[in-house]
Design a protein around this ligand. Sequence first.
Ligand code: C2O
Ligand code: CU
Ligand code: CU
Length: 478
Amino acid sequence: KVYTDYFFDEPAFNTHDGGYIPLVTPKVAPQPLAVPPLLKPDKQTATDDYYTVKAEASETQFLPGKKTKTWGYNAGFLGQTIVFRNGKHTHIDLKNALPELTTFHWHGLNVPGPITDGGCHAPVYPGKTNHIDFDVMQPAASIWLHAHPCPSTATQVWKGLAAMVIIKDDVEDQLPLPRNYGVDDIPLVLQDREFHEDNQFNYRADYDPDGVQGHTALVNGTVNPYFDVTTQRVRLRILNGSNRREWRLHFNDDLAFAQVGSDGGIMPSPVYMTHLMITCAERDELVLDFGKYQPGDEVTLMTDDTPLLRFRIKDYTPDDTTLPEHLVDIPEEKPTPGLPVRKITMDGMDEQVAMDGKKFDMQRIDARQKVGDVAIWEIRNTNSTKNGMVHPFHVHGTQFRVLARNDGPVYPNEHGLKDTVGVNPGETVRIQVKFDLTGVYMYHCHIIEHEDGGMMAQIESYDPDHPKTYHLMDMETL
Ligand code: C2O
Ligand code: CU
Ligand code: CU
């Protein structure tokens, strides 16, 4: 079966927003897609990896003329791609070379909150270096790193503080998937930006409490990119790294593709489709097969009617590898008996956004869940079905299962592990959540202006036999 629709509710698409900013096709000659280099470890042993991640200010040539002032991780804009391996103990020096405080949040990584996780309680002050170390203990996946200081996550990500992180493991190593990084295994960070005078960003000028958008699409920071295809099959690790934009992906000729991975890793089975909508912070891993094209052909990845990335077909060796029906097993876990269902609401739009009727407070722990318990959460988007928006719900420190949408089936590509799920207006999405580690974790809407605007709360994963107290920052003392 090949799915041909976007799954989400059409009346809730951001195109219907009063403040919607349409993408325009840039008047810049096509440029080769930037593929971020892999970050070199400082040191590697059989059991341990050591990295230094430096947040720094720089300038980036997006457009002809003046360079744009940008921020990045070991890079001018965005960051070098960081590779973790399941089972390894990983040490990272977090260096802040920016003129203001930042945090290093590992979105999708199962590590202790609130410090290692890098949410807003883990500031790294300008000129300082913090150290974290943790065990990587989750399957192969495409996760990401981004800044998370409250309430300026949105401005820092807009300047460029976001990077792809790839987790590898022995299971994924054995699957017939492309994995030659930069050749047939390509990260694609999708973002949009507005360029003002002298090609500069001006976040304040573009501010919209329902999420900031720009007219220009960037893929890995490249305007109007093309990619030269030199293998029949290509794997894309797509990250929606936009503050607010949803991307509705399809090819100009409706080429069908396979989705093989979601936020938390490889899915149980590939899902074949021609159209895919990705909401903020989600990741989708796709495998494309260019076998029907000849050298010299071009096929274009689009979002709505705007070209995003042109694939120029070059000479390639025929490759008849097919994807197996079954990719990986995801452990089935039964909900812990006797637990009440946790009900959560995502409320409002614009400045009115809230979580469970309340604005975020860094000092308030909103909920508690025993470490290791498997709990059912019901997340309801209380927006009106007529003019509400899709709110992407994200939880730190865990990968969850999506069980139901309005008591009905989940979308066909939601059978794998997820850390972010788009909830349609008026809809209730049921998920199953387990924390393996103790800590304080945030959960929020991943339209970043909604997160900064208070559609966020925090939960403590606790061990009754080893109670802990946490030093929670507040906005004043930061
Ligand atoms: Cu992408 Cu609170 O995180
Ligand atoms: Cu996160
Ligand atoms: Cu939202």
